[in-house]
Design a protein around this ligand. Structure first.
Ligand code: SAM
Length: 232
């Protein structure tokens, strides 16, 4: 209990997290970089025009931009996008177009991109994604496996707090009603110190996570990822 009191936590309040703590989000989401690299390899994104929806602080965006011709990064939250644009500017990256927008009403013309990518991201409607992707292109959605909200912390997170992730309903909808294929894999994010892991994962996932990290001296957290994809 003394451990819990020492650390600040927002207990799964993701919208507030995105709005008020983008720098902590950026520290949390290192595994998005690995995920984006896997997607680039899996789908051969070299020289492609990629639409990334829910681009956040740009962790996946910058990785996708290493291979793609252009990444159009759509994000509704101003504070998150500010971190992403700063990183792109500081790294001299010029093939990312940052666009304020929403994945259910994309600010893009039909048949305008080679693929859409979402990495642990907010809503992107299947209809909108199908509208903007050119024939032969792919819709690619990477997120937590629905049983693994919080990665390996899932078993200790109370059911009531399993706030986001693909969720079983979306998982079923994409597989059964929209004919997506999928691939499951694990990715790991390692922090330099236990303190940093607690200040990040404990901050997001709350008191149970803090206790677990301390008890197990946990600096590395594994995430079970499900990558859905569908050709248009
Ligand atoms: C978990 S973060 C993922 C960020 C980034 N893709 C990454 O992997 O680090 C989810 C992002 O989706 C954004 N988001 C929320 N609602 C959205 C919507 N309706 N359309 C597009 N993005 C949305 C959030 O603001 C947030 O930046």
């Amino acid at each position: 209990m003394a451990q819990r009191r020492k650390y600040q936590t927002i207990e799964h309040d993701w919208p507030r997290f995105f709005r008020e703590y983008p720098e902590v989000y950026d520290r949390f989401s290192g595994h998005s970089e690995t995920t984006a690299a896997i997607i680039s390899d899996m789908f051969g994104l070299d020289d492609k025009v990629v639409l990334e929806v829910g681009s956040g602080t740009g962790i996946a965006t910058l990785e996708l931009a290493k291979r793609a011709r252009l990444v159009i990064a759509v994000e509704p939250e101003e504070t998150m996008m500010r971190v992403a644009t700063k990183k792109a500017r500081e790294n001299g990256i010029t093939n990312i177009a940052f666009v304020h927008g929403d994945g259910t009403r994309l600010p893009l013309a039909g048949n305008s991109v080679d693929c859409t990518v979402t990495v642990y991201a907010g809503p992107l409607s299947h209809e909108e994604a199908s509208r903007v992707v050119k024939k032969g292109g792919f819709i690619i959605r990477a997120g937590n496996h629905y049983r693994w909200y919080g990665g390996e912390l899932a078993p200790i997170i109370p059911e009531r707090n399993r706030a986001i992730g693909h969720g079983y309903e979306l998982d079923r909808y994409l597989r059964n009603e929209c004919s997506y294929s999928y691939k499951d894999l694990w990715v790991t994010h390692t922090y330099p110190t236990l303190e940093e892991a607690i200040e990040t994962y404990g901050f997001i996932f709350g008191s149970e996570a803090i206790d677990y990290l301390v008890a197990n001296d946990k600096k590395s957290i594994r995430h079970k990822l499900r990558i859905f994809y569908r050709e248009i």
